[in-house]
Design a protein around this ligand. Structure first.
Ligand code: ATP
Ligand code: MG
Length: 265
């Protein structure tokens, strides 16, 4: 069964999409079978994977509203090396339409049941808001990855987000956990970066990934070529950092599995 991870933070521009695209590509490059799902009507993750959001025949909108199955909407082997269910502006309408549908919080979860065993990882990119789309992503997932910039207001938003994850955990999805906190656009020269970083470590302990994503222009340029940084410039600091993150994530997962097996024995 795939490990399903939601990349979320209701704050805009913190590196959610960059993380989703580059982590998916890094996991795919290490021979993991990866499905990425774009749950943002902006469609940035779709475009950044080399798929034109304007010409999608089927998208996550159709999956959520029952127009097609997940398998039918999957675009196999994108130029970025993973499979994709894309999104575009159609998805804006889904929020309203979902309100009328049965089990509206579980539409994505139900759709993924039939294809989850074909993948090692399913990564879900989210819009910078907390709405029924995000609730669908959280209700489907095993874990949440929270990318954040080490700046003053970042901490303020994060407690609201943690509250939401806890609420989803108690009401809709008891297996949901915070998988990790990822420091993005990291600039060690700034003293505030250090302060915020220390606060994060205090609060979240080893949930904070040791890997940090540096500010790197290649990460910002790559999407305009429809490629993850790993394919645009594989030696760039950004690409190397996301490969390291994929390594840390899979090591952690192996450790969790071993601990679980010990408990079960
Ligand atoms: P939104 O909330 O709008 O969905 P987001 O959280 O998905 O935004 P991104 O789109 O990934 O954020 O990043 C915001 C901008 O910052 C983009 O232009 C992206 O290319 C750039 N960016 C992201 N990470 C980095 C980085 N580590 N170094 C340099 N630029 C970055
Ligand atoms: Mg985004």
């Amino acid at each position: 069964m795939a490990k399903i991870l939601t990349i979320t933070n209701q704050k805009g521009g913190v590196g959610k999409t960059t993380t989703c695209v580059n982590l998916s590509a890094s996991l795919a490059a290490t021979k993991r079978r990866v499905l990425m799902i774009d749950m943002d009507p902006q469609g940035n993750a779709t475009m950044g994977s080399g798929v034109d959001k304007h010409t999608l025949e089927l998208s996550v909108y159709d999956v959520l509203t029952g127009g097609c199955s997940a398998e039918e909407a999957i675009i196999a082997k994108t130029p970025a090396g993973y499979d994709l269910i894309g999104a575009n502006a159609d998805l804006t309408a889904a929020e309203v339409e979902l309100l009328q549908l049965p089990r509206r919080e579980f539409r994505l979860k139900m759709a993924l049941q039939s294809c989850a065993d074909k993948y090692d990882f399913i990564l879900i990119d989210n819009p910078p808001s907390l709405n029924l789309l995000t609730v669908n992503a959280l209700a489907s997932s095993d874990g949440v990855i929270i990318p954040m910039q080490c700046e003053y207001y970042a901490l303020e938003g994060i407690s609201a987000l943690i509250g939401t994850v806890e609420k989803i955990n108690s009401r809709l999805n008891p297996s949901l956990k915070i998988e990790g906190i990822l420091r993005t656009m990291f600039d060690p020269r700034m003293s505030l970066t250090k302060d915020v970083s220390e606060h994060l470590m205090e609060y979240f302990g080893d949930k904070v990934y040791r890997t940090v994503i540096p500010r790197n222009v290649r990460l910002a340029e790559a999407p305009s070529h429809g490629l993850p940084a790993l394919m645009y410039d594989k030696n760039s600091r950004g690409a190397v950092a996301y490969l390291a993150l994929a390594g840390e994530l899979t090591r952690r997962q192996r450790k969790q599995q071993e601990e679980q097996e010990l408990q079960d024995a």
